[in-house]
Structures are given as C-alpha cells and as structure tokens.
Design a protein around this ligand. Structure first.
Ligand code: ZN
Length: 333
C-alpha cells in the first residue's frame, strides 16, 4: 500500500510504526529546536502532539525557527505551529497550549504523555521537566544547541540517571533565565533537534534510545559521547522534586540582549486586559492597545506589554526591582 508512511514503514516495520499512532508526546518550547522536533514527529505520524510555548513569533526568530514565516509575526508560536503542522499531517491530533511552564502548572500541563520533548532554551524549564519525569516516570529527551554546538540526552529516571545526576543545579541563579549570549546557527540546532527526534522515534516504537549524552561541535568537527553518571542523585533516588515544589509567585529577570525586564507569575493567571486598559490609560494619560492577546502601551520612557496569562515585558532602562514594583502597583501581586 502506498500511503503517507510507506517509506518509513519499509524501515521501521509495520507493527513498530503502527505504535506511533497511539503515542502522546508533549513538545515544550516551539522555537528552533521545537520546530524541528515537532515537524519530524508530526510527519512520522505520532498520534497526539501537545505544543507548549509562551512566546509570540518575532522577526529575529525566522533565521532558525522553521515552522514560521513572515505572515506569522506577532502570533503565538504554539498556534502558528499547530496550524503549520496540521497542513503537514491532518490525520493526527494537535493541541496548542499558549502557556509559560512554571512550578504552578507543570504537573498539569505535562500529565498523560508517553514522552516529553525539550525544545526549551532555558534550564528552569528543563529542571521542571526533569522533576515531572522523576514524579511520573515519563521519559524525556534533553535537546540543546548553542553557537555551532548541539547536545542530546534521552532520560528516563529511575531506569536511567536524571538531569540532576549530571548537573545538580541550573547553571545560572534560579531567578534568572539563562541567556543565549553566544548566538546560534540554524543548521546546528536543526541537526541536534533531528537527532533528538530520531531518539524519540526509537522510544515511541519500543526501542532503547542511545544512553549517552551526545555532544557535537559541528563548527569545529568534534563530537563526544559522555557516559551517564554511574551514581544516582538523591533527587531521582528519593523522588525529591524541588523545582515543582518551588512556591514563587512573581519573578522579574533582565531580558537577554535587550534593555528591559520580563515578569512572570506563578501559577499563570488570566488577566482581564479589557478592564486593565482604561485603568492604564488613566494612569499614563496615553492610549493603550489591546490585541486580545496582549495589552501594550508606554509610561514615561518605558514600553509595557501585558499578556493574558499574567506575564509582562518592560522595555527600556529599568531594573527588575522597579519593573516588579510597577507590576505590583498596576496588576497586583
Ligand atoms: Zn538523578
């Protein structure tokens, strides 16, 4: 029978290939990595994909985020990704979640999957995914890229070590999202993410993935396979989920490579943008714009974007403390 999956079936065999139809996968982060992960899994016929991303498509994304075009600028990535993937394969179930993964919603957002794919660019999210994996026994695949390098590591604690067996704490301070100050080459992310998707197909069809952490420096033609640590950390041994248990409510961190601050709330909440608009206009004496997804306007030399889920971006010369103060005053803590 010649159909959509004919070539794949010749390689995988009928029965393993059919298993993909019953599998549910969450892709966290639909940037450069997530675009490639989700594309391969959708085209391979994974029966259900949930696409989780908090951001809107920006011009600086188009160099490497293959799911988006210029017509998607300003749209939520999760929505635009779902639409594009449905064009590629209308026979699978695709769910878009425009959401910021936090300790307050990670359990709920990542419940009921056979595999979690890491398409994020920050360690805070990865440690949350690792905690969910420890708690629920769900396998996950770490995929990272920076500069001309890529890294892939399939994890399934307690059968395998967990992320914290190798790196006990996130590299940067817990309050700050890590910045990708080295930049990144599109093809480097593409290769790493394709490697991750291939390992995913192994797991979803019942095979064992490559157990080592694979690290490639594509630019300098180097590769390394790192043996997983021989001893297990206390977190996966005793099911200690510190990141899921973290009880922060408001975080302000400097924006990477831009002057400004990002504010996140935990758990995410629904802001009534229509009700906030007149209040902000009265406060600032200027017009604010409500797009339905976000409310934007200025106060003094600062430009504010308030998202429906409670997040905010403050562009301009401002400290995290001052941005947090403004937010508390205007929106509440
Ligand atoms: Zn561990």
């Amino acid at each position: 029978m010649i159909d959509r999956y004919a070539k794949q079936r010749i390689f995988l065999g009928r029965e393993p290939e059919a298993r993909l139809r019953d599998r549910r996968v969450a892709v966290v982060g639909l940037g450069a990595t997530g675009s490639v992960l989700a594309s391969w899994l959708a085209r391979a016929g994974v029966g259900h994909l949930t696409l989780i991303d908090r951001d809107l498509v920006e011009l600086s994304n188009l160099q490497r985020q293959l799911l988006y075009g210029e017509g998607d600028l300003g749209r939520p990535k999760a929505e635009a990704a779902r639409e594009r993937l449905a064009e590629a394969n209308s026979s699978i179930e695709l769910v878009a979640q425009v959401a910021d993964l936090t300790s307050g919603n990670a359990r709920e957002l990542l419940a009921g999957f056979d595999l979690i794919m890491d398409g994020t660019d920050n360690f805070e999210a990865r440690f949350l995914i690792n905690d969910v994996a420890i708690l629920t026994g769900t396998p996950w695949i770490y995929t990272g890229a920076i500069g001309g390098e890529g890294m892939v590591w399939p994890l399934n604690p307690p059968r395998t070590p967990c992320l914290r067996c190798l790196i006990e704490e996130p590299p940067a301070s817990g309050d700050v999202d890590t910045c990708d100050s080295a930049g990144v080459l599109g093809p480097a992310v593409g290769i790493a993410a394709s490697w991750g998707a291939l390992e995913a197909i192994k797991i979803l069809t019942g095979r064992e993935p490559h157990p080592e952490l694979a690290r490639f420096d594509f630019w300098h033609n180097e590769r390394q396979f790192i043996q997983p640590p021989a001893t297990r950390c206390r977190f996966c041994t005793d099911k200690v989920t510190e990141f899921l248990d973290a009880r922060w409510t408001l975080k302000a961190s400097s924006l990477c490579g831009l002057e400004g601050v990002q504010i996140r709330v935990n758990p995410p909440r629904q802001l009534d943008l229509a009700a906030l608009k007149p209040r902000l206009e009265a406060r600032t004496g200027r017009d604010w714009k409500d797009s339905g997804l976000a409310l934007t306007g200025t106060e003094g030399e600062l430009r504010f974007t308030l998202f429906k889920d409670g997040r905010a971006l403050v562009h301009g010369p401002v400290t995290p403390e001052r941005a947090k103060g403004w937010y508390t005053e205007v929106v509440g803590a």
